[in-house]
Design a protein around this ligand. Structure first.
Ligand code: GLN
Length: 544
């Protein structure tokens, strides 16, 4: 039977609760304990798929096509597992399920209430993931902060679990923030005490408190928290801000968290081996010569909108023993006269996914720039559509080619709705989502990167390459390096007369791992790192 580790947050949001949850997964996995993870999001959206990235950051897509919170991406990267839609639960899903049951008559005339019906539905999700994953430990993170009105049913559900599955099988970890007062130069514990009080008011006594802080936390502070929050002294863990998120598992391990969890949950821990992770962090912290990569997107003001893309670039750069210097470029800025100057130092250009017309012309300009100046280019989903539009404009000598997403009456709809999308009215969960197979064409850059011919990658789009233009663009030098097994859909394309301009209709960023970069990102950085741009110094030849 699985054991449950519940993680709540206190004081403020955005202190890295998700990374902490993921890191706990890393340290348990380092002891050969199998783990799975789940995120509970208290908002009423059924999934974050319909939310603007400005509201909620990136939408992470699982292999089975669930649109989920970006924390799932961290779980996958830190625990090195492929999760499914079961790992993402929102209040919207819970309420929809309960109401659907009521409409079907499942409750036989009963009055439907938050307690017990909604709570039971939530607990079902915990148990279902445990059963499906067969993991020894299921890590469940409650989104938001203790005290939020909409989070209450989730907290009640996790409270009941201790009674349901037994005290030895449940652990509560509370992640809080300790603010620092400049005037008195001290770290304060009172907000933590209040948030623990709030937890206890609803019947949850945390077993472990993890204290995030931008400043060092003295033993005196830990004593105080231990005393007032009634938590073992060694179970008050300091987690100061670190330079890379991948260091968090090591900081927690160093503080003894792994052993405390093993003891408290009475787990069967085998020998501990975090050496791979230690090596990863050692390499990450070693200064490396950066590669300048321009990320041209619509939502660059909020870097979380491209969380997985940024991480995939870091992983790929590390593979080549390089760092990344990301130039975040708002695509609209490229639309202005002289906007090209922003790309002057870019050794590679990446155009990630996105929706809607704003900034599209700027992205097309970035693709023109990459094509004309032979700068490595990687297009992800929308980035591929942009590359196709740009190339079609060049080949046809017209500014008219477009996607029907941006110009419904274009005479050259080089990107058009997928046939199965025609007539789809509902916005939620109706795109082409999740893993689809793709057949790579031997001898292409894409096939060379993957080193295999059949791949599966995660999708999230409504539009696709329009086959009407396939021959015409092919004759001008576009290579269709990956297609669906039935040959109907172009999934990867590249330019013949260019060092490396490769795009895919899927999202490779979701499957990149710190120790195992995605092949397309790896080769993109591999070629970009040797491109000389303004301000760059050529590497000195090594003397014998
Ligand atoms: N807006 C485009 C489509 O729906 C691209 C989507 C994306 O980049 N994820 O096809």
């Amino acid at each position: 039977m699985s054991k449950y580790l519940f993680i709540t947050g206190g004081v403020v949001s955005s202190v890295g609760k998700g990374v902490t949850a993921a890191s706990i997964g890393t340290i348990l996995k380092g002891r050969q304990i199998s783990v799975s993870a789940q995120k509970l999001d208290p908002y009423l959206n059924v999934d974050p798929g319909t939310m603007s990235p400005y509201q909620h950051g990136e939408v992470f897509v699982t292999q089975d096509g669930a649109e989920t919170d970006l924390d799932l991406g961290n779980y996958e990267r830190f625990i090195d597992v492929n999760l499914t839609g079961e790992s993402s639960v929102t209040s919207g899903q819970i309420y929809s399920a309960v109401i659907a049951k009521e409409r079907r008559g499942d409750f036989l005339g009963g009055t439907i209430q938050v307690v017990p019906h909604v709570i039971n539905e939530i607990k079902e999700h915990f148990k279902r993931l445990a059963q499906k994953s067969q993991a020894e430990v299921v890590i469940i993170e409650v989104g938001g902060t203790v005290g939020d009105i909409e989070g209450q049913p989730f907290l009640e559900a996790i409270r009941q679990m201790r009674n349901d599955v037994g005290r030895d099988n449940v652990l509560y970890i509370h992640v809080t923030f300790l603010p620092y007062l400049t005037s008195t130069q001290e770290v304060k514990t009172k907000p933590t005490q209040h948030s623990v009080n709030e937890l206890r008011r609803i019947g949850i006594q945390p077993d472990i408190i993890i204290c995030r802080s931008d400043y060092p936390i003295s033993d005196g502070i830990r004593d105080k928290i231990s005393l007032f929050c009634d938590v073992d002294r060694q179970a008050v863990i300091a987690l100061p801000t670190v330079s890379t998120i991948y260091e968090v598992p090591l900081v927690l391990e160093e503080a003894g968290l792994g052993q405390i969890i093993v003891d408290k949950l009475n787990l069967n821990a085998h020998h501990k081996d975090l050496s791979q992770w230690q090596e990863l962090v050692r390499r990450l912290k070693t200064p490396r010569q950066p590669v300048n990569i321009a990320l041209v997107g619509k939502y660059v003001e909020l870097k979380d909108s491209y969380f997985s893309v940024r991480e995939a670039l870091h992983h790929a750069a590390l593979y080549h023993n390089r760092g990344t210097n990301l130039l975040w470029i708002a695509s609209e800025a490229l639309e202005k006269d002289g906007g090209d100057a922003l790309l002057r130092s870019a050794q590679g250009i990446i155009v990630p996914g996105g929706f809607g017309i704003r900034g599209i012309e700027g992205m097309i300009k970035a693709a023109t720039y990459a094509r004309e100046n032979k700068i490595p280019y990687l297009g992800l989903c929308l980035g591929m559509q942009v590359m196709v539009i740009e190339f079609a404009r060049y080949v046809l000598g017209s500014t008219k080619p477009n996607s029907t997403e941006f110009d419904a009456s274009t005479p050259y709809p080089v990107i058009d709705l997928l046939p199965e999308q025609k007539g789809v009215e509902n916005k939620g969960g109706t795109m082409r989502l999740g893993n689809y197979p793709c057949q790579l064409v031997e001898g292409t850059r894409a096939a060379c990167a993957y080193g295999q011919s059949l791949i599966y990658e995660r999708h999230r789009h409504r539009f696709e390459f329009n086959n009407q233009f396939r021959t015409q663009l092919e004759e001008a030098g576009m290579v269709y390096s990956g297609v669906s097994p039935d040959g109907r859909l172009v999934e990867v394309c590249e330019l013949a007369n260019h060092p490396w301009m490769v795009s895919c209709q899927f999202h490779p960023e979701f499957s990149s791992r710190p120790n195992n970069p995605h092949p397309l990102f790896r080769d993109f950085i591999g070629i970009a790192k040797d491109v000389l741009r303004e301000g760059a110094q050529p590497a000195l030849p090594l003397s014998a």
